[in-house]
Design a binder for this molecule. Structure first.
Ligand code: NAP
Length: 325
């Protein structure tokens, strides 16, 4: 039997992990926990999962669970990452880990104390498309990298979605903006200067005629990062914009462009140099399966996961600066 994974919550994103585990020879989903026992039991039944629990704590007490997937709303990630590690479970924490460096450090301290693997769930980093982009940059296909432009937006309806809730650390930056930051940092390193604006705290009239903060998370955010070597990255993201995905890396001699950088459903790299444009296609691969296989292999072979402490701390550092978190 491979790595026995437990799901912390009945989140929608679990569907991607369940499908990935079904494809993986290394990982099996064996348990699910919910705040509601009935919901957990129904979820386990409909998804063919062996065990269900009516609290997250109970799942952490299950000896048949080796690793936990934390698919809770953002504001609960760091706390439950620590609790998983303290319970001796390896842990895959959905992005964003936390917008506070100290919380990320605390969670990785707990993981190191417990001798468990901890990793942040940026599935896009595992896709061959991302590695191909990096290898093209490394081979000098576009010369010296000077500018990165990243975008990720989609219209988020569902007013009840936790991503609209400031108490659960929602907001466009925390949700889709984190991919853009992840990309800029992957390509350029850690930024020396970090700036940006969101639409947070948009004031609208309340029924009493005064002004009230009706929406305290950002529904849109635009940022700029500057790096030691002079490279710049700009990004924008939003929940009140049409669906847009893109990653452009502009070098001294040309441009690399990914039209589908985050989901990589139709992966490929567009290379533009002078008047010439080439499109290199890449075989589609399930990023979530690669992410699970990476976790399983890191545990099995005692090697670090693709995304470890440094990456999660780097992400949090940028978010902390942008949000003043
Ligand atoms: N990597 C990716 O591709 C990707 C894609 C989407 C989302 N995500 C990340 O995955 C996480 C979950 O996102 P999602 O959209 O799938 O979540 P969701 O469907 O809104 O579900 C979140 C789950 O958390 C549990 N929960 C615990 N406390 C809660 C509270 N106070 N309010 C609401 N739910 C609460 C609920 O499960 P129970 O009621 O069963 O306990 C709920 O089903 C987020 O951090 C998001 O950033 C990642």
């Amino acid at each position: 039997m491979g790595l026995r994974l437990g799901l912390l919550s009945t989140a929608r994103i679990n569907d991607a992990i369940l499908a990935a585990a079904a494809e993986s020879a290394a990982v099996e989903v064996v348990a699910v926990a919910s705040r509601s026992e009935e919901r957990a039991a129904a979820y386990a039944r409909s998804h063919g999962i062996a065990s269900s629990y009516g609290s997250y704590e109970e799942l952490l007490g299950d000896d048949e669970v080796d690793a936990v997937y934390v698919s809770l709303p953002n504001g609960l990630h760091a706390e439950w990452a620590v609790r998983c590690a303290d319970a001796g479970k390896h842990v895959l924490v959905e992005k964003p880990f936390s917008p506070r460096v100290a919380e990320v450090e605390r969670a990785f301290d707990a993981a190191e104390r417990a001798g468990v693997v901890m990793t942040e769930g940026f599935m896009w980093r595992h896709n061959p498309q991302t590695f191909r982009l990096l290898s093209m940059i490394g081979e000098g296909v576009i010369g010296e990298v000077r500018l990165v432009r990243a975008v990720f937006s989609f219209p988020l309806g569902r007013p009840e979605d936790p991503r609209w809730d400031p108490a659960l650390e929602g907001g466009a930056l925390m949700d889709v903006g984190t991919y853009c930051i992840s990309a800029a940092r992957l390509i350029c390193g850690e930024p020396t200067d970090i700036a940006g604006f969101g639409t947070a705290n948009v004031r609208e009239s309340d029924p009493g005629g005064g002004l009230a903060d009706v929406r305290a998370v950002d529904s849109r955010f635009a940022g700029v990062l500057r790096f030691d070597d002079g490279a710049l990255a700009t990004f924008d993201c939003g929940f009140d914009l049409p669906g847009r995905d893109g990653l452009e890396v502009v070098g001294s001699d040309g441009t690399l462009y990914l039209t589908d950088p985050w989901h990589a459903r139709s992966p490929g790299v567009v290379v533009q140099r002078g008047d010439e444009t080439e499109h290199e296609r890449i075989e589609p691969t399930n990023s979530y399966r690669l992410q699970l296989d990476d976790l399983a292999e890191a545990i099995e072979t005692n090697r670090p996961p693709l995304l470890g402490r440094n990456d999660a701390v780097g992400q949090a550092r940028v978010l902390e600066e942008l949000l003043g978190a």
